[in-house]
Ligand binder design. Sequence first.
Ligand SMILES: NC(=O)C1=CN([C@@H]2O[C@H](COP(=O)(O)OP(=O)(O)OC[C@H]3O[C@@H](n4cnc5c(N)ncnc54)[C@H](O)[C@@H]3O)[C@@H](O)[C@H]2O)C=CC1
Ligand SMILES: O=C(O)C1=N[C@H](C(=O)O)C[C@H](O)C1
Length: 226
Amino acid sequence: MKIALLGYGKMGRYIERLATEGGDEVVLRVDEHNRADIRSADLEGVDVAIDFSRPDAAVANIELALAAGVPVVVGTTGWLDQLPTVRKQVEEAGGALFWASNFSVGVNVFFAAARRLAELISKENYRVSIEETHHTEKIDAPSGTAITLAETVAAGLRGDRPDIISYREKDVPGTHLLRFSSDIDEIEMTHTAHSREGFARGAIQAAHWIAGRRGVFTMADLLESD
Ligand SMILES: NC(=O)C1=CN([C@@H]2O[C@H](COP(=O)(O)OP(=O)(O)OC[C@H]3O[C@@H](n4cnc5c(N)ncnc54)[C@H](O)[C@@H]3O)[C@@H](O)[C@H]2O)C=CC1
Ligand SMILES: O=C(O)C1=N[C@H](C(=O)O)C[C@H](O)C1
């Protein structure tokens, strides 16, 4: 398939390498230097746009893809407070958006396990906390994954979102720790990304999956489909 990359940094370049190895073709690369020159007509012939850019750029990039009638896969974090408005825009345009705060299969399994653990523990007296560690170039804090994890745990507990502590350390691709602690014992679950490969593979899988679909989707839709 023909891909437009909206954002051509660490993730955009990783996706290009894996997608090309898999037989896809990257036909447009957009970054902060050429973004102002890009119009929806430049997306003509593109099958899917993949956005890994910046928190303050994602919504305009989604609007660009919608205007071009091109499905868009968005991995950028830090804009999801605007999802309700964007969802309306997608529905009104009859477009397709696939978003995920984390595209790796491992993290999405971690979310499901965290939800179940929170449900099981909800009547007990545990303190819940989340810690996330990322590389020092990361703009947003807390991470999108940590926010999704906190929302998932809160839903399982039928309670408040746990607090999140953010750490920034050189070259860390992404580590998330969920802790339930009481005076009696402690339960910890950690997901450690060894590289960006899981994120890139998941985004490419989503790009193939969204072809021919309309609406707003995320990883649970993909993982639960046949
Ligand atoms: N959902 C997921 O699985 C993952 C999400 N991310 C998120 O993806 C985003 C990008 O991450 P990285 O590639 O590591 O960042 P990066 O800083 O390496 O790359 C960002 C790219 O966006 C470009 N850019 C800036 N303004 C732009 C605009 N208006 N339009 C298009 N491109 C623009 C920059 O020139 C750069 O090429 C971040 O929000 C990060 O949190 C990162 C990894 C996994
Ligand atoms: O910026 C990153 O690098 C990452 N961002 C995502 C997030 O904010 O959760 C996903 C992953 O952890 C890497």
